[in-house]
Design a protein around this ligand. Sequence first.
Ligand code: ADP
Length: 463
Amino acid sequence: MSFAPVRIGFFTTRLRFTLQLFLILWVVFIGFVVVVSQFIKYQMKNDEISDIGMRLSKYLKVNPISALSFDSSGRRGETGGLQGLAFIRLVRNGEQILLAESSSELVDFQKLAALDWKVSGVWISLNDPKHHGIWTIVSKTLTGGINIQAGKESRKSADLYNRILSLCRWAVACGGLLALGLALFCIKMGVSPVKKIHSDISAILDDGHAGMLLPEDREPVLVDLYSQFNRLLKQNRQLVSEMQASLDNVAHDLRTPMTRLRAVAEYGLQEDTDMQRLKDALSDCLEESERVLSMLGIMMSVAEAESGTMHLQREPVDLAASLADIVLLYEYVAEEKKIEIVTRLQENLLVDADRTRMAQVWANLLDNCIKYGKEGGMVEISSESDGDEVIVVFADNGIGISANEIHRIWDRLYRGDRSRSQPGLGLGLNYVKAVVEAHGGTVGVDSALQKGTRFTVRLGLSV
Ligand code: ADP
């Protein structure tokens, strides 16, 4: 394992996440500041506008419009009495009156006279705000087609708002730092379990895959993950040990015939061997090599079935005859164990199957029923049609299979704990399942410990 690239990859990922989180937090913060500043501005504007409205009504109460005469010069100075407004402008049919505090130097009459009478808003300045004031202006249309525009000096509000804005700019800068700190903290917190997992797994690897992760002293978020990982470790170890065991079995099963073959060959090669002994030795050699070849054949068939490349030579097969042939083949083995084989086979059922492979399926199932059946017990084989299917059952009253083993019996190279005293490679049921499924059928099992086991095969009837 290359350590450095892992570290670099880890570092860049962390950096990327930190930057992303930082940007998200900062943008959210900026958005918040903008909303707050706009809200303050809106409030200030509303306050100013309602204040102007109030002052204007007061003024009009004291000075009714009818008392004002419009003249073409369009401007007039006013001393006091504008209720604190900077100016009032009345426009009717192109004529206008401009009223302003005569003390106010900020009102530029020329500019004001040219101002569109519809202008209404906050903090408008005509020309240079330093010299011509910053006003809040409100425009209204009165009865009689007179448009009225009133302005109030708003420098204080504008200055206050500008101070708030510069405060917001500082807040945005500080918020950036805060967001960066928060992002670093969050990523550190988020990454720390991954680092722990990394170091814990490294410890197991350094330990030669021997240990387990200890979920107990870890935070809750890791406990579940560690348990799952431990399950995986356990399964892997079990698989490796099973493969080891089956490799031992294969080696053992191969060694016996090979040793015998060698002994027979040596015997045949002795100097004083006559022709008859030589022939016997050669025929024994053939027999042993046949055994080895068939064993290797099964293993290769299983591999073929597992990789999906099994080639089937299908033809209509008489089910009852095919089963009866196998029963005949195993009669002698069953007799040795005093097991009675009972058959209930429905006649004239044809399946579209590979004759040889189907015979191997029946042989495997019957072989298991006898191998794991009880001495003096019974094996029942039945076949019957069920709609467009046939059901073949192999049932024994032997040792049975425990509930925690039953789902594993189909696995390649799996051998039950209590079956090790019997010869076998743990390939039989795996092969059965592969062949039945290659024929489009299914195979299932029911079992109870010390009561017996029942295998059910379903295949499509030949049409
Ligand atoms: P093998 O018989 O070589 O061990 P199989 O693949 O045929 O391998 O079977 C897998 C396991 O299933 C067996 O080791 C045994 O534990 C269990 N088994 C299969 N058939 C029977 C049966 N009829 N009764 C009890 N256990 C069985």
